[in-house]
Design a protein around this ligand. Structure first.
Ligand code: IPM
Ligand code: MG
Length: 364
């Protein structure tokens, strides 16, 4: 029997509730696919600030280091919004985790299920039949981490500096991830940049064009980021894989999640450099946040967390069949008409977090 160690960082807000449902589904998967998943829980985010005095305690980092994968919930909330920016849970937990483990490849599927197009704020004629776009976002470079980075005084006023910097090798490795993903999909990569203004954009475009030559079966197109923001909402079905640097990918992946309808449905994977015998070490988390307004009420949609567990099985643990089974179970439950509040529509059965988790577990 194959055994894996999973670091479970549920975090704040709806994190613990939806994590419980992902665990429920995984325990069914363990039996069905003869796996053993050893879960070790650790504190992260606001709860860690309250208990341990910091968003990412050393003990949590140790648990992650000893694990084969990190299953992450979400961090942050109104309680910690008054802290200085660089002590806030999102910034003080997520960014160091990404940097520490070199999680450079962020995969964010924006999947609009054919049966859930009503949940999209975009006109039915544009999203009819649903769509499936994968955002491949570079996650450890660009403006997020470039140095110098500061607010300083200069000539009697404050001046803020962030630095956008990309090494060619950083662009190459994320481009490979995008082209490989496209090979298993509809074979189109749309690379995003601002090459009309930024030197980073010029190097990005040149490098991606070079890497594309190694993937003659994949079509490459380039879009400026401002134009991409328009084209994504005009015709999301025209996209397959969207490749973007850190900040552009942050913005466009939120836009795509909104066009797709429910943030509560979308998982993500942040994959690292470290290759294991079964895949890549990574952190797997829902795209939505902590949703403090509905936390503790048992009404949050657990599907994003459940699908994040599926991505973990696929990309880190090499258990594609188990991942397929979870994804198919989610589709079945949606087909059966079960809906949490965020995706509910007339004629469907409204269920809570637990009931949704139980239904997915039963459908495996
Ligand atoms: C995300 C978030 C983070 C980011 C924040 C919370 C630091 O918006 O994962 O998209 O900007 O990367
Ligand atoms: Mg974001």
């Amino acid at each position: 029997m194959k055994a894996f160690k999973i670091a479970v960082l549920a975090g704040d807000g709806i994190g613990p509730e939806v994590m419980a449902e992902a665990r429920r589904v995984l325990s069914v998967v363990e039996k069905k696919f003869a796996l053993r998943l050893d879960f070790e829980e650790a504190r992260v985010g606001g709860i860690a600030i309250d208990v341990d005095g910091r968003a990412l305690p050393a003990e949590t980092l140790r648990v992650c280091e000893e694990a084969d994968a990190i299953l992450f919930g979400s961090v942050g909330g109104p309680k910690w919004e008054g802290l200085p920016p660089n002590e806030q849970p999102e910034r003080a937990a997520l960014l160091p985790l990404r940097k520490h483990f070199g999680l450079f490849a962020n995969l964010r599927p924006a999947l609009c299920f054919p049966k859930l197009t009503h949940a999209s704020p975009v006109k039915e004629s544009i999203v009819a039949g649903g769509f499936d776009v994968l955002c491949v976002r570079e996650l450890t470079g660009g403006l997020y981490f470039g140095q110098p980075k500061s607010i300083r005084e200069e000539g009697g006023e404050l001046v803020a500096v962030d630095t956008m910097v990309y090494r060619q090798g950083e662009i190459e490795r994320i481009a490979h991830v995008a082209f490989k993903a496209a090979q298993g999909r509809r074979k189109l990569v749309t690379s995003i940049d601002k090459a009309n203004v930024l030197e980073n954009g010029v190097l990005w475009r040149r490098t991606v064009t070079e890497i594309a030559k190694q993937y003659p079966d994949v079509k490459l197109q380039h879009l400026y980021v401002d134009n991409a923001a328009m084209q994504l909402i005009r015709n999301p079905k025209g996209f397959d894989v969207v490749l973007a640097e850190n900040l552009f990918g942050d913005i466009l992946s939120d836009e795509m999640a909104m066009i797709a309808g429910s943030l509560g449905m979308l998982p993500s994977a942040s994959l690292g450099l470290k290759e294991t015998s079964t895949g890549r070490f990574g952190l797997f988390e829902p795209s939505g946040g902590t949703a403090p307004d509905i936390a503790g009420k048992g009404i949050a949609n657990p599907i994003a967390q459940i699908l994040s567990a599926a991505m973990m099985l696929r990309y880190a643990l090499g258990e594609a069949a188990a991942a397929d089974a979870i994804e198919a179970a989610v589709v079945r439950v949606i087909d059966q008409g079960l809906r949490t509040g965020d995706i509910w529509s007339e004629g469907c059965r409204r269920v809570g977090t637990c009931e949704m988790g139980e239904a997915v577990a039963a459908a495996i």
